[in-house]
Ligand binder design. Sequence first.
Ligand code: GDP
Length: 297
Amino acid sequence: MAFEGLTERLQNAMSKLRRKGKISESDVKDAMREIRLALLEADVNFGVVKDFVKTVRERAVGTEVLDSLSPAQQIVKIVDEELTKVMGDEAVPLNKSAHIPTIIMMVGLQGAGKTTTAAKLAGYLKKNDNARPLFIAADIYRPAAIDQLQTVARQVDAPVFEMGTDTDPREIVRQGLAKAAEDKNDYVIIDTAGRLQIDEKLMQELQDIKEIAKPDEILLTVDAMTGQNAANVAKSFDEQLTITGVVLTKLDGDTRGGAALSIRAVTGKPIKFTGQGEKLTDLDVFHPDRMANRILG
Ligand code: GDP
């Protein structure tokens, strides 16, 4: 289960405080040490942990907290609020263009869940926005990529524009956009190539596609199981492409929490959706407050 270790350790730290009744600064210090270790063990970025603990400690030793009737409860509330804040406070909706089509460019490392998420997103948009999306198959490097996109696109009943694997992805995108204009699609979802790691050629290609498509949304898919490395990947993609949001996939696995808690603070970019399974309906809007509650258990 996601966040299991983190939840357990945070709850332990909190219940120790609850048992105390009256709480001293040194009790707060002990609790903060435990929270710090819990977050580090959950693979949260070191700088994020440091800032988080500092803020919680400062708020917790404020006299209005320690002198209150229920100091432990107040501290739980502070931890909850700061967890929410570190993940961005508010849900951030998808960007939508003033005129059709809204163009969404999906980027990410291979295996993160990009193609699956593209299909989930199309399903989501059809359901919630009555959308008529068109996919553009711009991953020509992975042999099965186009087939895979077609399979999932069929499941969400949306068309795919593809030109096989012999045409340059930039040209595919150009022609795909022309097709969308012709068919008056209101959304275009571009499935771009991923690599096992970030390389210059991939980034150049993505930058060129960005230049051609002028997307309203550049969504980076990252795998929650990769912990704070997901935040590092997001930082690199953001530096090179200026992403507009992140989709955090595989939150149905036993991820520790490092990705969810690091990405916003490290990149400044919002997590917009989470993937909660392999089914094409397993996509949720990311709500920082609900995620904080889930982490606290
Ligand atoms: P891509 O290489 O980034 O396009 O990744 P794919 O879309 O091919 O996904 C890689 C694998 O991750 C596939 O087996 C997907 O079914 C799986 N996957 C994608 N999103 C999720 C998710 O949210 N939860 C789980 N459990 N698996 C996922």
